[in-house]
Design a protein around this ligand. Sequence first.
Ligand code: FUL
Length: 629
Amino acid sequence: MKNTSWKHFLLAGLGLLAAGAVKAQEPVLPIPEPKQVEWQKMETYAFVHFGLNTFNDREWGYGDSDPNTFNPTRLNCEQWVRTFKEAGLTGVILTAKHHDGFCLWPTQLTEYCIRNTPYKDGQGDVVGDLCEACKKYGIKFAVYLSPWDRNHADYGTPAYVEYYHKQLRELMTNYGEVFEVWFDGANGGDGYYGGAKESRTIDRRNYYNYPKIYEILDELQPNAVIFGDGGPGCRWVGNEGGYASPTNWSFLRKGEVYPGYPNYRELQYGHADGNQWVPAECDVSIRPGWFYHPEEDDKVKTPEQLADLYYRNVGHNGTFLLNFPVNREGLISKTDSINAVKFHQIIQKELGVDLLKSLKAKVSNSRKGHDAMALTDGDYDTYWATEDGVTKASIEYRFPNPVKINRMMLQEYIPLGQRVKSFTVEYEDKKGDWKLVQLNEETTTIGYKRLLRFPTVEARKLRVTINDARGPIVLNRVAAFWGGEGSDDIFQVKNTNYNSSNYTMVGVSEEESKKAVDKNEATTCYVSGDHILIDLGSAKPVTSVYYLPDQSEQNNGIIANYELYGGVDENSVKTLLAKGEFSNIEHNPIRQEIHFAPQTARFLLLKSTKTLHAANGKLGVAELGVVEP
Ligand code: FUL
């Protein structure tokens, strides 16, 4: 990576001239590269998962789907981009190639691409079309290029790495500037691999030769921020639920996190003692899956759910990467686009009127040339700072008349680093008493942006106290809002409606097994061993089974690969009804469904052939249901 941080020193130097003889505010390391600051300011941008999977009802294509199945009837990238614009999204990242290896642009390097599909008689180019649409509507463009390739015969050997680097070069050369390049961490495993149909493992740290990849990108796309589990440009947030922890440092300890890093949960927080600037990007799909599945048409996240996420990603010092599973027509489905636009409207309404705009705070300390006016002047590059050695300070606003407040925004001036470790927010009520606002999350880090939600208070004064920081405090914005009627309703996740027949679990206490059928996603039934045996009470036709893994942060005992058997005799449940993988269940532990030709059975046996996060040899089941035809 090029080191461009000298620019900050130059800026700091100019500040020195402006402030006369005052010592310049020095950065506290690590600091971002300028392109990382620009990237962070994008805040919310779109993801699009589209490809052969869309037409084959898959989340992780095996690499064997027939390219002839790719035939969107009304594909229109401008329709996508118009939705993004209206939803306030500032860019889009397209799955140019997902794990199945299929390329959405007419590459010369593999036959497994859009050239060999019926779409536009093989003349189509989705990467090119989206890139043009972005230019037309003025949003930024980027690509996801999966390192794992379940189609390529050479995957696992040096020949594939050579192919992959060439592929990256081709893509990075032909479509203008990209703002980000996405390298996901899912790597190796089963695949078609040119017909070999086997499992291949790779050395996740070294196989792809990432140093070479970074060289290629420095040469062809110097302004692109590189996404990887551990960066280097931005990092995965450690979940696919789209949220960061309230405590979120934009640093990692250099060289520690690699693709497929097992302790990925800590990526929600960052490393407080990290020495490399690697901010968090929070990815989540607007539907349960990343790719389009017709049965998820009624499971689109609501505008309120998206707004709730926004407060927990952008408002927790992350960016919001919101995925749209483009449908089989080649369009963003109506509900998805309506909900995304309404989400944006909620945020605009709630954070529309800054009650502190142009007010001057009384502060307990400030560095010469960096007074409190900088906090509310609307200029990103002016900041309030404390003097050297001052890591505790208060900022107090007084309103001419008491005002209602239930939202706040704080920003540190990140070109000079992320510093704040702890803060509190208080208000003076109409009686003149000082009280803490009621927050349901810790007030630790701020970073690029911290948003706070609390029940409405009527304040005569408002005070933010920074209690501790890694150096002198440097903030460029404090804002307060009232979100309007209804904005005090705290969002509750509703449970999905499950319809299924009653059963008992063999060998599990009644109390425990109830947790799998109580329609409450928060309770988990634990079953010892590698399988779950269900008794339906009498032989009846069954046609599908659904399974929701443990939803706790640990996701205990997840079934990743399964076999499902049926039978009428408890001691011989041997008819194989289905077998397969729950693709991507580790990082996106959503409800899974197994469909099979209707079968008459009294007993069903769900066997785990690969268990993740095994909890003392137990499987964790939040919900399990059997559906009759
Ligand atoms: C993961 C992939 O395995 C999923 O399929 C999806 O693309 C998600 C955004 O990243 O690593």
